[in-house]
Design a binder for this molecule. Structure first.
Ligand code: ZN
Length: 441
């Protein structure tokens, strides 16, 4: 069976990069939030590409210690000066309005308006992203230079929004495999025009799901979740406890399209198979990377790894949230998203799934001294040359296939890429030198 990564590598990387980027670009203008039309439109766009079940949970529903909030929608918003000019205009950028702002229509002096204005003096051309989900309030975000240009005087402020009972939506793409054991991929889909933080994860996840859909055989079942951050994960966990119990490996995916190196934040367990699989793939991916220990802040791994669930779910990122200046600003835009970074992130995910799909234990059927590989065409033909990597891999697999070590164990200990170890196991099995360890299936 060809690996998921090998199949992906057969596609033209430039074309794949363009497709990943253009899907993110198509979602970029939508004013998303944790509820409302924006996230619904986003889920509908995803549903055009992969099978997606969209759930709707009514406002007021209790989910653990939280309550599903009212639904927020917005049509327009502006600050108008006394000449009638829109000096801040939601139609130019949806970041201009504090997400979840209550409706307002008033005339205010600049001093009265100031407490409702947010800027980034350190990056005077950028618009910050602010939210007020759980406290009813309103506000505008603007560049610091825009603020400096505002003269004293009266301003008409209008936020044409609604905050009413409605629903919270999330989308699920479930791909059944041979086993009911599941791999979870979770992405937040609640940020408005922010590219890396939000859309990069969505785009890579959609392409991964399509790639898995094209497979004839999957060992695991896969569940892709597209959800509003925090409240979406809490709602899903509250309403899907049986499905949650099936999760054997999981990844939260976000901030995965910028030019930075990879960061993998381990699950709360710290040594789950997903933690080891991602670490092994990153070790061999040829890009800079860092693994981070678990912490109870960040993205939705906080919920999946809360002690009542303690699921083996890590978080795969490139630049870490909060550490890059563009984070939560208008500079996290489509130019910040690199097509080649998206492609390489997709490859790392495919290689990680290859590890999960292919990891198993074998038993060496000739454990007393090395079996003679040359006679079976599994060794170099002339002595004296350097031993190639595939022969190293065969020797490692034979040596450690004692029923105690899985292929991932062998990849870790040998320092050889997992795909090499898997290839070696397959060649040795074909030659009758390895038997499946029944216990490991
Ligand atoms: Zn964010």
């Amino acid at each position: 069976m060809a690996s998921l990564l090998e199949e992906l590598n057969q596609q033209c990387p430039e074309e794949l990069g363009r497709e990943l980027h253009s899907f993110a670009a198509s979602l970029y203008p939508i004013c998303r939030s944790i509820t409302g039309d924006g996230i619904r439109q986003t889920l509908e766009a995803i549903a055009q590409r992969i099978p997606l079940r969209i759930s709707a949970v009514p406002s007021g529903t209790k989910v653990f210690d939280w309550t599903v909030p009212k639904e927020w929608n917005i049509r327009d918003a502006y600050i108008r000066d006394r000449h009638g000019n829109r000096v801040v205009d939601f139609q130019c950028s949806n970041l201009h309005v504090v997400n979840y702002s209550t409706p307002v229509h008033a005339t205010l002096s600049l001093d009265e308006l100031r407490p409702h204005l947010f800027t980034l003096p350190g990056h005077p051309d950028w618009i910050p992203y602010r939210t007020s989900y759980y406290k009813e309030d309103w506000g505008f975000c603007l560049s610091h230079n825009q603020l400096l240009q505002l003269e004293d005087g009266e301003y008409e402020v209008c936020i044409d929004s609604t905050l009413e009972d409605g629903v919270l939506n999330y989308g699920e793409c479930f791909l059944p495999g041979c086993s009911q054991d599941e791999v979870l991929i979770s992405c937040h889909a609640c940020h408005p025009s922010l590219a890396n933080d939000n859309l990069s994860g969505l785009s890579v996840a959609v392409f991964l799901a399509r790639h898995l859909l094209a497979q004839d055989y999957l060992r695991y079942s896969y569940r892709f979740l597209f959800i509003p951050g925090t409240i979406g994960a809490i709602t899903w966990l509250a309403q899907n406890r049986e499905a949650a119990a099936q999760i054997r490996h999981g990844l939260v995916m976000t901030c995965i399209g910028d030019a930075g190196g990879f960061h993998y934040k381990k699950s709360r367990r710290g040594n789950a198979e997903i933690d080891r699989a991602v670490s092994c793939v990153l070790r061999d991916c040829g890009e800079p990377f860092e693994t981070l220990e678990f912490s109870p802040y960040g993205y939705d791994e906080r919920q999946y790894c809360s002690p009542g669930f303690n699921l083996p779910v890590g978080c795969l990122m490139r630049s870490v949230w909060g550490t890059f200046p563009e984070y939560h600003t208008s500079a996290d835009n489509l130019d910040f998203l690199q097509p080649e970074s998206l492609v390489r992130s997709l490859r790392v995910c495919a290689a990680t799934f290859d590890v999960l799909e292919g990891d198993r234990k074998y038993i060496n059927r000739h454990p007393c001294c090395e079996p003679q590989l040359g006679r079976r065409g599994l060794y170099r033909s002339t002595g004296g040359e350097a031993i190639p990597e595939e022969i190293h891999a065969r020797l490692w697999v034979l040596n450690l296939s004692d029923g105690d070590h899985s292929l991932l164990d062998i990849a870790e200990r040998s320092g050889l890429p997992f795909f090499r170890i898997r290839e070696a196991a397959s060649a040795l099995s074909d030659a009758g030198l390895l038997a499946d360890d029944q216990k490991s299936d």
